[in-house]
Design a protein around this ligand. Structure first.
Ligand code: SAH
Length: 381
């Protein structure tokens, strides 16, 4: 059987974004400051404006000479994200922002305030090339990879929003970032890892977040899971399994044709073994597709093969139906039977909430709905 693989590792370079301070590592920042004619130590001063004061407007940095401020603004602080719309729900504690990038590409991020934490769901690509048929982003294909700065700045913008007091109850900084917005983070590996380094390095070089608060979610690109394992960072790895058997997973997550269930679960297990971090197995519950008790038992079998339950946790996601798709959420009774079966087998399991679903902000719904739809591309009235 020949299968056409949707896997796109090298995204089109169309619309490469302008260089930004947040694309640079600390050494590169010092070099670039030197080239502007400043002593290299000034790099930390500039970074403090960004990471401590959340400012990306050099014109306001009065501790720097005016001509240098203009040079910085022009050469290293281009505007990367322009807000198109913002929608809120849950009494203002869930905020979805649609951003336009410099080349017109659109992306979305979702901020969620919980009693004990504030989480941002961010995008790693404009669109996605993985083509999972139940996911809204997957339907539109991949536009391009985001740059390191375009990824990092989503977190900066969220921190600005928190600091401005716009999100009720949220104080301080983001505690959690989940790479569960648009895109496949491990298909844009270098930019994602660069962003993670900037987010987790202490000030003045980075934002000083805990790596434990960052979750990277993947369809299961096995070689890249191995690379992530070698980074030896205490990140949380989430694997979108959605089916315990290859026959069904080939359909739900097309990249399974390349790396199958056994290979993906082995790579996830190895990640847990090396990093000592519990892996999250994502499983979107789809009515009459993957939600039978038989599959719950099969899932337990597949995960159990890799030793005791300490390494894994199953996160069931009620499917958020996307417009025009044949996939829909499981019945409550089937959901319960699935959870009970896993629990009886000893599998650590939780059912995720569907925050933001009413503003198309829940998992798998991020699709930048403002983009022209294919039917709008015809000349017909
Ligand atoms: N590409 C990455 C991250 C993006 S999506 C990945 O696939 O893991 C984050 C999670 O939302 C994934 O588990 C994805 O399968 C799930 N998801 C996608 N569409 C969904 C939908 N319509 N309802 C519920 N979850 C969905």
């Amino acid at each position: 059987m020949t299968t056409s693989l949707p896997l796109v590792f090298e995204a089109p370079r169309r619309g490469k974004p302008p260089r930004h301070w947040l694309d640079l590592d600390p050494g590169e920042r010092r070099d670039v400051v030197g080239k502007l004619g400043l002593p290299r130590f000034r790099a930390d001063q500039i970074s403090r404006h960004v990471v401590d004061h959340l400012s990306t407007e050099p014109q306001t940095w009065s501790d720097l000479p005016a001509p240098i401020r203009s040079d910085l603004a022009e050469q290293l602080f281009p505007s990367l994200l322009e807000q198109v719309t913002r929608r809120t729900t849950d009494a203002g504690t869930t905020v979805k922002t649609l951003w336009r990038l410099h080349d017109g590409s659109l992306l979305e991020s979702v901020l969620m305030r919980y009693p004990s934490r504030t989480t941002l769901c961010i995008s790693s690509q404009a669109g996605c090339g993985m083509a999972c048929p139940f996911c809204a982003t997957g339907q539109g294909g991949l536009q391009r990879n985001l740059s390191q700065a375009e990824i990092t700045i989503q977190a900066l913008a969220a921190n600005q929003m928190i600091a401005s007091g716009e999100v009720p109850g949220a104080t301080g900084r983001l505690n959690n970032i989940v790479f569960m917005g648009m895109g496949e983070p491990l298909a844009n590996y270098n930019a994602v890892m660069g962003a993670i380094r900037t987010l987790t390095t202490p000030s003045p070089e980075g934002f000083g977040m805990s790596a434990r608060g960052i979750t990277v979610s993947t369809v299961g690109l096995v070689p890249r899971i191995r690379s992530l394992t070698e980074e030896d960072l205490p990140l949380t790895l989430a694997v979108s399994l959605h089916a315990p058997d290859d026959e069904l997973r080939d359909e739900l997550v097309p990249v399974n044709n390349r790396w199958n269930v056994a290979e993906v679960v082995d790579a996830a297990w190895e990640y847990a073994r090396v990093t000592k971090r519990r892996v999250s197995i994502e499983y979107a519950m789809m009515r009459d597709i993957n939600d039978s008790v038989a599959r719950a038992n099969l899932l337990a079998d597949v995960l159990k093969k890799r030793g005791d339950w300490g390494w894994v946790h199953v996160n069931l996601i009620p499917l958020n139906p996307t417009p025009g798709s044949k996939w829909t959420a499981s019945r409550k009774s089937d959901e319960k039977a699935f959870v009970d079966t896993l629990a009886r087998r000893g599998v650590p399991v939780t059912l995720r909430d569907t925050r933001g679903s009413d503003i198309d902000g829940a998992c798998g719904q991020l699709a930048a709905n403002n983009r022209p739809r294919p039917e709008a591309a015809t000349d017909e009235p």
